[in-house]
Design a protein around this ligand. Structure first.
Ligand code: K1U
Ligand code: ZN
Length: 167
């Protein structure tokens, strides 16, 4: 397994749209293992392949307190969203140190392939629902700060650029 480099906002590669996985093979399983290792090391509760500069529809999530309930979503689709929406605080491994509130569907049902290439559906609420929607946005080239006001986005971009120069 290997630790992967996480792209930092405002890197243009975070805006690429990921392509569907055509076959769940050993290359994809290795990517999943490397992404899981990278997410746990960060530490984070989710990671999309876009964030490690791989533009294929792969997500890993673990919102358990024990960090031992890895969820792998390959070619995820939201098949149902609640009309009820909820404001929750979000963070992002690609925007370190920035946390802000985003409104999303309170509950979603996601359909995806697992590491064996089998289709499954999962009902999500709470942090899991937030995380699934946040990671699926990454696959569409969208970063959570893009839901914030233009003023906040300008401030965040300038903070991230200063941070990159200091490193
Ligand atoms: O996509 C990412 O960058 C991962 C992101 C997922 C996420 C968290 C919270 C709300 C929405 C999406 C993170 O994991 S940020 C780090 C974080 O939330 C965390 C870190 C350590 C322990 C618990 C949470
Ligand atoms: Zn993120």
């Amino acid at each position: 397994m290997a630790l992967l480099n996480i792209l930092n906002y405002p890197d243009k590669r975070l805006h690429k749209v990921a392509k569907p996985v055509t076959e769940v093979n050993d290359r994809i399983r290795r990517l999943v293992a490397d992404m899981a290792e990278t997410m746990y090391a960060a530490p984070g509760v989710g990671l999309a392949a876009t964030q490690v500069d791989v533009h294929e529809r792969v997500i890993v999530i673990d919102v358990s307190e024990t960090h031992d309930e890895l969820l792998v979503l390959i070619n995820p689709e939201i098949v149902w969203s609640s009309d009820e929406r909820k404001l929750s605080e979000e963070g992002c491994l690609s925007v370190p140190g920035i946390y802000d509130n985003v409104e999303r569907a309170e509950k979603v049902r996601v359909r995806a392939l697992n590491e064996k290439g089998e289709t499954f559906e999962l009902d999500c609420e709470g942090l899991l629902a937030v995380c699934v929607q946040h990671e699926m946005d990454h696959l569409m080239g969208r970063v959570f700060v893009e839901y914030l006001s233009p003023l906040k986005q300008t401030r965040i971009k300038s903070k991230m650029k200063k941070l990159a120069h200091a490193m």
